[in-house]
Write a protein that binds this ligand. Structure first.
Ligand code: GUN
Ligand code: ZN
Length: 454
């Protein structure tokens, strides 16, 4: 519990009930009959025991009668962090999953992404994806957009208007032989990335940041990779890309970059592995490559729905954790067909069980560990854990109010259950009907208030 000092802000609201979150030490910490106060700046001002209501109300100067009491089937948990999602691919999510990665990109993905030159189409799809992910409880999303600067700026604006915390990347690619008009020259990619960053930062969004986004090694020349590494360094920006997703891709990277020892080495050579880098997939990384991730502080986004849907591989999360590499979960829409992080949680558990079936010595992930990956782990993978990821005093209040027994929802509670079981049921069986309120930086963003037209 924190003591307010002279500089602290007034309390905006207080919740009383059950709170669940992860800490550095424990995957699942449950606090029953607890109090959580949020200040007028959207930060967690205090967490304390319910029985200390009177004392806390005097220290923090709030009225005990205005405290919101959660019901016995409700709890607060940190918001879900989607560390890898392609906003434009949302337009065909749930279809086109019959080809392996490289053929899938050429046949479905590039033709669709090329349509985002059209700002009205982009506005329609991006509004849907931001609203859908927020409803699903994604308080932080790390987005790939398309190569189009203006449409990508629009994605940043839409995320900001709806109040989602977002990292937003204009895709960079100067190699692509399948859809000829869907690629840039090196110069264009460099100049448009600089324009994107400048215009994005000029907006001074409180919760949205630009990300340097080389699509993957196969779609970027050495020169472009080098320039993007420099841009990220000079502006101290986040970086996102893909790595070691499927075996055909890895073989082609080997052929295209014979001077590099490994796929990881290609990115490392161009300074694209930093403690603000998140790489999607990494299904087939060697232990030596994982050691480079650890050394550089770069993280992985585990996207099991996509890995299964495109038959790419099965990441051994336990091994990644043993190497102390930061790891979060991602939906990878639309290689992954679901935009819900609850699906990513379930597929992560499935992937871990598949590894146990193959090797009984493999230590299956627990639901508590996967809960941590979907919340605190994601915030660490995106280097945003100083602001979000759990209910530490001083962090922004990014949270879901979950009602496991929501009327008309997917869960029937037959017995009276403890909080740990309620969380497990929600993770395995729940959906947006159970997510009754979503907060980002203290602001209630679900249910929506539609942003005002300019
Ligand atoms: N590798 C390069 N681009 C993509 C993409 O759009 N989706 C996935 N899953 N992998 C990629
Ligand atoms: Zn992806």
């Amino acid at each position: 519990m924190a003591n307010p000092d002279k500089s602290s802000s007034a309390i905006a609201y207080v919740y009383r009930g059950t709170f669940v979150h992860s800490t550095q030490q424990t995957a699942l910490q449950v606090q029953e009959d607890a109090l959580l106060g949020v200040d007028t700046e959207g930060k967690i001002a205090f967490i304390g025991e319910g029985k200390k209501l009177e004392a806390l109300s005097q220290v923090f100067e709030f009225s005990p009668s205005e405290v919101t009491q959660l019901t016995e089937h409700e709890f607060l948990m940190p918001g879900l962090v989607d560390t890898h999602i392609h906003a434009c691919q949302y337009s065909y999510a749930g279809t086109a999953l019959d080809l392996p990665l490289l053929q899938w990109l050429n046949t479905y993905t590039f033709p669709v992404e090329s349509r985002f030159k059209d700002l009205e189409f982009a506005r329609r799809v991006y509004t849907h994806v931001v609203k859908r992910t927020l409803t699903n409880g994604t308080t932080t999303a790390c987005y790939f957009a398309s190569i189009h600067t203006d449409a990508t700026l629009l994605l940043g604006q839409i995320a900001n208007d709806f109040g989602q915390r977002a990292l937003v990347g204009k895709v960079c690619m100067d190699r692509n032989d399948s859809v000829k008009h869907y690629r840039e020259s090196i110069q264009e990619s460099h100049d448009e990335t600089c324009r994107f960053i400048k215009e994005f930062l000029n907006k001074k969004y409180p919760l949205a940041k630009p990300v340097v986004t080389p699509r993957f090694a196969l779609s970027c020349s050495r020169e472009l990779l080098e320039q993007l590494g420099k841009i990220a360094k000079n502006n101290n920006l986040h970086i996102q890309s893909h790595i070691s997703e499927n075996k055909e891709e890895i073989q082609l990277v080997k052929e295209l970059f014979p001077e590099s020892e490994s796929y990881t080495d290609v990115y490392h050579k161009y300074n694209l592995l930093t403690d603000k880098t998140v790489m999607a997939h990494g299904c087939h990384l060697s232990d030596k490559e994982l050691a480079v991730f650890k050394e550089t502080g770069a993280s992985l986004s585990h996207c099991p729905n996509s890995n299964f849907s495109l038959c790419s591989g099965v990441l051994n999360v336990r091994n990644v954790l043993k190497h102390k590499v930061k790891l979060g979960l991602g939906t990878d829409v639309a290689g992954g067909y679901s935009s819900s992080m609850l699906d990513a949680v379930r597929r992560t558990l499935d992937a871990s069980k598949i590894l146990t079936i193959q090797d009984p010595k493999h230590e299956t992930l627990s639901f508590e560990e996967v809960f941590r990956l979907a919340t605190l782990g994601g915030s660490q993978a995106l280097s945003l854990d100083d602001q979000t990821g759990n209910f530490e005093v001083g962090k922004d209040f990014d949270a879901l109010r979950v009602n496991v027994a929501a009327p008309g929802g997917p869960i029937d509670l037959i017995h009276s259950e403890g909080p740990k079981t309620l969380l497990e049921k929600f993770l395995n069986l729940g959906d947006d009907r159970n997510i009754v309120e979503v907060f980002v930086a203290g602001k209630k963003v679900v249910p929506f208030t539609e942003p005002k037209a300019e």
